[in-house]
Design a protein around this ligand. Sequence first.
Ligand SMILES: Cc1cc2nc3c(=O)[nH]c(=O)nc-3n(C[C@H](O)[C@H](O)[C@H](O)COP(=O)(O)OP(=O)(O)OC[C@H]3O[C@@H](n4cnc5c(N)ncnc54)[C@H](O)[C@@H]3O)c2cc1C
Length: 417
Amino acid sequence: MKEILVIGAGAAGIMAALAAAEAGARVHLFEKNDIVGKKLGITGKGRCNLTNSCTMADFIAHTPGHGKFLYSAYEQFTNQDLLDKLNAWGLATKEERGGRIFPQSDSAIEVRKLLYRKLCHKGVDLHLSDAVHAVKAWGSRMVVSAASGNYEGDACIITTGGMSYPVTGSTGDGYDFARSLGHSVTELKPALIPFTTAETWPHTLSGLSLRNVEGSLWKRGKKMASYFGEMLFTHFGVSGPIILMLSMAAAHKKACTFPMQLRLDLKPALSKEKLDARLRRDFEKYIRKEAANALKDLLPQRLIPIVLDQAGIARDCPVNQISREQRQDLADTLKALSLTVTGTRPIEEAIVTAGGISVKEINPKTMESKLVPHLYFAGEVIDIDAFTGGYNLQAAFSTGFVAGTAAATKECIPCEN
Ligand SMILES: Cc1cc2nc3c(=O)[nH]c(=O)nc-3n(C[C@H](O)[C@H](O)[C@H](O)COP(=O)(O)OP(=O)(O)OC[C@H]3O[C@@H](n4cnc5c(N)ncnc54)[C@H](O)[C@@H]3O)c2cc1C
């Protein structure tokens, strides 16, 4: 019977262990925490966005970090395969806006506990509170040094995750293991992460969220990326879905170095002409008021002084004294409220880590190392990262399944001596 050593019990490691056990191998799963799937338990704001109902081609399109590398893994283990498994194991699921799939119970903890029961049921040898500190190749055998001792196996699968949310155990250990075995690790950057800003006014708006706005990121007058949707002002800058997506673009574009300019189109559905007409109507309605009181139909109250300041109009300026040019400046500001992005929050706060073990050194059909036979990788430790929407967990589950199956079923070439 083949013996497989899996390091890290996150989504990828759990699925790798289950797949290897289902393929008939004896599996040791090492986890530094005293529970499995600690990060899984906080995903999707505690609801766990397991996957997405979109096509696998769309999965790849939503994966700016080497989506194409996942083509074969997605063919071998699709979103439907994942759901079939989870449903057969007793997890009811539901689909929400944007094809996002969640457990019916809205409980990430339920997913974590279900996977734990499955690991026990399949006879996986669980080593909890057992941190691994080294991995070595010894002829055709792999050796893992854990807190509880040394273990030898036919294959080793590294599924230690990225570097974000280190309290969940993902502290980047797998990168060191891979480097010690001759692998290269591409630059590690935070992705899906809020921005910090030079201006302090967002701090004063902390907690205010805007819907249906368009945020675009600019560098030296060139637009790098733009997204439409929801955003949030915070005590350090800006966050929310469109900001996280822009941060992903910043992580992947070489020319995207900070500082950068963020422009917020507060009324993307209106052309400048239509917006000007709307302003004229509002100004007629509030002709006897001050500027700050004339925009209350158009903007959240807390944002009005900021917009007026950027447009160069005094907050107490009587509406009937606002000139045509000033009104047009106001329309320009509403279409491009500007902020200087100084950087991102630290990698520890990122939803995913961009960068990781180079995909060039991994066989995409098996997840086996091209440099070290019997060594496999799966999940976020690899240089793959995707947008929010269930894409990152599916990538972890699919690569985990492929690595576990391949490691357990690879032909053994008998040693000559
Ligand atoms: C707040 C948050 C919310 C998220 N929500 C979603 C979501 O809803 N949907 C989605 O698709 N993605 C989501 N993600 C991203 C997703 O959680 C990750 O991409 C995914 O968990 C990666 O799985 P993984 O198994 O590769 O790594 P991890 O889940 O990070 O697991 C790695 C495991 O390895 C263990 N480990 C590390 N080093 C060692 C060692 N030396 N010895 C033993 N064990 C070790 C760690 O303790 C950890 O348990 C979210 C991420 C965060 C931070």
